[in-house]
Design a protein around this ligand. Sequence first.
Ligand code: UDP
Length: 245
Amino acid sequence: MLYNNNMERRTERLQDLEVDTFAIDEAIEYGFKTRGQVVTLNPEMVMNSRENQSLKSIIQNAQLVIPDGVGIEIGFKILGKNNVHRIAGIEYAKSMVKKFYEEKLPVALVGAKQEVIELAAENLKKEFNGLNIVYLHNGFYDDETVMFEELKKSGAQLVLVALGSPKQEEFIYRLKSDMPQALFIGVGGSFDVWSNKVERAPEFYQKAGLEWLYRTVKEPSRFKRIFPALPLFVLRVVKERVSKC
Ligand code: UDP
């Protein structure tokens, strides 16, 4: 723990995973003070963690697990818990960039295609004039040890990793103990959105928690990934509820 953090985590359990119930502002404050690994959890990851023990343990050992997407919120509702509200990972990550910018602290970006990461960095710098991006590397590399050394040397205190799941969670887990001053967030496809290469869903879909549906319709190859994970996730959580009755 880097700063004197007087905040306690308030979590709820879903499929053996503890998920934080903080509102976004509290989650930002907690992440900023604590540092370490933030997991932006969605139903696909919950389902993967059932078979992938390493992913499960990484999530269990994360410093903060935010409910990214309506699926997790629905999961908790099935369990009778109405106190977990989704926080879009992309918004959390952007708010963190703002926070580190305001505090004049160094930021690193890892992941996505070279062109995408460059455009994303450029757009972030336009939005946050003077943002201190000390390291940038695309997500298609042969040897991560070189990147780890470079990242450590960079002194970055916020490291956003866009490699998709579980690659980004594993990457962060391997690195975090060597960079105790840093906050790491796995941000999935956020750089693609920030580069303006991929549009976010219209606000209606975002507000309704249906961004995933919009993206799947626009990009049908995502269908395979989401289905059957989503209905299986609901089924699993219903079983969890029934077993507790
Ligand atoms: N990616 C990468 N290296 C890889 C695989 C993926 O940098 O080996 C990037 C990819 O270019 C994209 C991001 O990881 O920018 C993940 O995108 P995806 O849409 O899969 O993430 P999601 O938000 O669905 O988790």
